[in-house]
Design a protein around this ligand. Structure first.
Ligand code: SAM
Length: 293
């Protein structure tokens, strides 16, 4: 496979600005063929403005993930990764190319409901000889029960998995005893719908309900609250949680990166806060379905 960094070393002309830009954008050893197949690079191997952004986004996320994957052997773990709501599997392929293919104990699974995307990713993995990649035409919720997946998965990723698919990914991670969960949530409608339903009651009860009185605010508060509840839930289930911004995601408003690391120390205070918040916002119905403790 050709590698732009090799080209650079062999003395490609410094005047070739496009080649230089490409070499800067790529990680050492990154496959140009793969990026062409993913349409991140043109057939001529050039980056256009759009593809540059897309590449930057995934590479940025990769930098967070790489550090976590490197910790797995210290923990006596393999490197089994399940990517939920995989779409075209940009993340899975780039992870495999840069990291997982160098580890003989590594496996990458892409979970995606759209069969045509699953089919395409499977064919691409075969063409590239990425032997330890599998793609399953399943919903995240179904995948938890699927026998095509191992009982244990070391890392769960969910990048803009729609709506409650992020919650299902968390449930999957808990069932598979994941060491890490790396989540960039997408839009979320479930909590907002519940807030909307009980709005009149909430407004009569507390001035805080002004925070979600207007429909736009209902959506925003619903989304924010969902992620807060997810973090508390993860802490209550024995994970240490970091919330940060996924910089480099300029074209998306969904820019929150939640990284959960398993410690095994279940925080009782987080469980209490979770219950209290659910009560305060009239979301008790979600306690069993989304946040069973
Ligand atoms: C916004 S795309 C993100 C794709 C990819 N992760 C990325 O960032 O490029 C969300 C993907 O999740 C898939 N999806 C939505 N709900 C799902 C579910 N419950 N289970 C599995 N896949 C789901 C959709 O079909 C879509 O391909």
């Amino acid at each position: 496979m050709s590698r732009p960094h090799d080209k650079k070393k062999k003395g490609a002309s410094p005047a070739d600005a496009a080649t230089e830009a490409l070499a800067d954008a790529l990680q050492p050893g990154q496959s140009v063929e793969l990026l062409k197949e993913l349409h991140i690079l043109t057939r001529e191997g050039r980056l256009n403005q759009d593809s540059r952004r897309k590449l930057k986004q995934v590479q940025h996320l990769y930098q967070f993930i790489e550090k976590l994957l490197a910790e797995l052997p210290e923990q006596g773990a393999h490197a089994t990764v399940a990517d939920h709501g995989a779409g075209k599997s940009y993340l899975g392929f780039i992870l495999y190319d840069l990291f997982l293919r160098h580890r003989s104990d590594a496996w990458a699974y892409g979970i995606e409901t759209r069969e045509e995307l699953v089919q395409r990713s499977q064919e691409l993995a075969q063409r590239l000889g990425f032997e330890r990649m599998r793609f399953l035409p399943l919903s995240v919720a179904e995948s938890t029960q699927s026998e095509a997946l191992p009982a244990r998965i070391d890392m769960v990723t969910a990048l803009h998995a729609c709506d409650t698919a992020t919650d299902d990914a968390i449930a999957f991670g808990l069932a598979k005893k994941a060491r890490f969960m790396v989540l960039v949530p997408c839009c979320q409608a479930e909590v907002a719908a519940s807030l909307r339903q009980h709005k009149a009651l909430a407004l009569a009860r507390t001035p805080l309900a002004e925070l979600w009185r207007h429909p736009l605010h209902t959506r925003e508060v619903g989304s924010q609250l969902t992620n807060v509840l997810r973090c508390l839930y993860l802490e209550a289930q024995g994970y240490q949680v970091t919330v940060t911004e996924l910089v480099g995601w300029e074209h998306s408003m969904k820019n929150e990166l939640i990284i959960a690391r398993h410690t095994g120390q279940r925080k009782a205070s987080a469980a209490q806060r979770l219950q209290a918040l659910l009560g305060e916002f009239g979301l008790e119905s979600l306690a069993q379905s989304r946040f069973p403790l």
